[in-house]
Write a protein that binds this ligand. Structure first.
Ligand SMILES: [Zn+2]
Length: 111
């Protein structure tokens, strides 16, 4: 979906903040901080991946979403698997959502 301009400003700000947070966690991780705690705080799928890869992936996904939002690309705010649009309320809650409930935890092919 393509959010209204006022929402785009808000969502973008939150995506930027998440990107900074993820980048900080990645550097803490690489500096030897507690990996399990850092990754657990993300709320992302962690099965079978190294913590630094999980963080890099989350950072990449977050950047991609921010680009799509900036470009008013309808892939922002839609499930990466089935394409179903999220509601604006869902996006305000989780601006980096990229899976609908039915596809939460489903892997997607590379962007
Ligand atoms: Zn879906």
């Amino acid at each position: 979906m393509i959010p209204e301009p006022a929402d785009r400003v808000l969502l973008r700000r939150r995506l930027m903040r998440r990107g900074q947070d993820l980048a900080m966690k990645l550097s803490e991780l690489l500096a030897g901080k507690d990996a399990a705690r850092l990754v657990a705080s993300l709320g992302v799928d962690t099965v079978g991946a190294r913590p630094e890869d999980i963080l890099r992936r989350a950072l990449d996904d977050n950047e991609q979403l921010r680009r799509w939002l900036d470009q008013a690309d309808p892939r922002y705010g839609a499930c990466a698997i089935c394409g179903q649009d999220f509601t604006i309320d869902e996006l305000r809650e989780v601006p980096w959502a990229d899976r609908c409930r039915a596809h939460a935890g489903t892997a997607v092919a590379a962007h």
